[in-house]
Design a protein around this ligand. Structure first.
Ligand code: CA
Length: 394
């Protein structure tokens, strides 16, 4: 689900009303696409074959646009689901089975096998569930409904381009309900930019070729700027009395301040990192590098990026997280996060959207507020913090 860029998108725009369109409107919608498809080099033959036998709209897809997304789900709930013992076992088995391919991918792209496997595992459970929905039908349904503006119309045109190139037959081009395709869950535009033919058969096949799927994940991360010198981040333990206000700096400086990796290995001597405390002070602690932002290019959520990083560590043999997560009562849901974003914006501390999503911008704003208020500077957008902010504004 290559997000922000290519993943199953969050429902952000107004959902379509789901009423069935008369068939003539469907024809008109498809014919209006034809000139743009021609401009992208799509032949009439490819175009007509793509839409042959495609009934529009797909009511099941329209229903999905109205379903509640994973907003506000706490990071630890997401982690437990994404990094399950079964998934770790399947991932380690895949690593053993695919060792030669993974070695070649590491050499070609500089992305560690554990990272590639973790994304493959979360996106499609190691290729087992790449989605069974015909991509042309789902994208055309979402495009016709103008769901998220023109995004899906553009993706539909990209999907037609893929068919024109002959990488996949229309009936085999399947994905999730929102058009994220195959084992890697690329939207068509990301497929065009990043998918690679790694098994050398001349087709970029992210549906049935494990080599192509795994290499495409690595190629995507590489093109987003993956730095092979450092990890995605490091699970760490902080020494007692650690000064949380110095939260960004060199890995070597963190080591000098007695920050230790939980897997017992040494931190690299250099490389920039930020302290990330997703459950606040006292919970699990991570030093995240710029590679964390690279993973967020696949899917913009912090929970996703952390789950990928932690799953990669577990696949590589690393320990489970030991520090306790905070109580359910301390977490903010989407509405609470929006209230906090609005409150911090009113204080001049936050200039992002009040979208109810935790991310680096909100963390920085929380830290600025905590510094100003003399609180522990852990960057955790908690219920206590919102209560403090509200009390201070009375
Ligand atoms: Ca291939």
């Amino acid at each position: 689900m290559v997000g922000g860029t290519a993943a199953a998108p969050e429902p952000r725009s107004r959902p379509p009303d789901g009423t069935a369109e008369p068939q003539s409107d469907v024809r008109a919608f498809i014919e209006a696409l034809r000139p743009d498809a021609r401009n992208r080099g799509v032949s009439d033959a490819t175009f007509d074959r793509a839409f042959r036998d495609v009934a529009l709209p797909d009511p099941a897809i329209l229903a999905r646009t109205k379903a509640q997304g994973e907003f506000g789900r706490p990071v630890w709930d997401y982690l437990v689901g994404a990094v399950s013992p079964g998934r770790i076992a399947r991932g380690r088995a895949a690593a053993a089975r695919l060792d030669p391919i993974l070695s070649r991918i590491e050499a070609a792209y500089g992305v560690p096998r554990w990272m590639v496997l973790a994304i493959w595992g979360v996106e499609s459970d190691f290729g087992a569930s790449g989605g069974a929905t015909p991509v042309i039908r789902s994208l055309a349904t979402l495009a016709q409904a103008s769901y998220r503006g023109s995004l899906f119309r553009d993706e539909l045109l990209s999907a037609l381009t893929i068919l024109e190139r002959g990488d996949i037959a229309p009936e085999a081009m399947k994905g999730s309900w929102a058009g994220a395709m195959g084992q890697v869950q690329f939207l068509p535009s990301n497929y065009l930019k990043h998918a690679v033919d790694f098994d050398g058969d001349g087709r970029r096949d992210i549906w049935t070729s494990e080599a192509d799927a795994l290499a495409s994940i690595a190629a995507f991360l590489r093109s987003l700027g993956w730095n092979p010198v450092v990890a995605w981040g490091y699970a760490v333990a902080l020494p007692p009395g650690f000064d949380l206000s110095g939260h960004r700096g060199d890995l070597g400086d963190f080591a000098a301040r007695d920050v230790r990796r939980t897997d017992g290995q040494k931190l690299p001597r250099s490389g920039l990192a930020s302290l990330f405390l997703p459950g606040g002070a006292g919970g699990p602690a991570f030093l995240i590098t710029d590679n964390f932002e690279v993973i967020r290019g696949y899917n913009t959520s912090d929970s996703y990026a952390l789950a990928i990083g932690h799953l990669a560590d577990r696949l590589a043999g690393g320990p489970a997280l030991a520090a306790p997560w905070p109580s359910a009562a301390s977490r903010l849901d989407k509405t609470g996060l929006q209230a906090l974003q609005a409150g911090l914006a009113a204080e001049g501390l936050y200039d992002g959207e009040a979208d109810g999503r935790a991310g680096p911008k909100l963390r920085e704003a929380v830290r600025r507020y905590q510094v100003r208020a003399g609180l522990a500077v852990d960057g955790y957008a908690s219920a206590d913090l919102l209560a403090h902010l509200r009390a201070s504004r009375r």
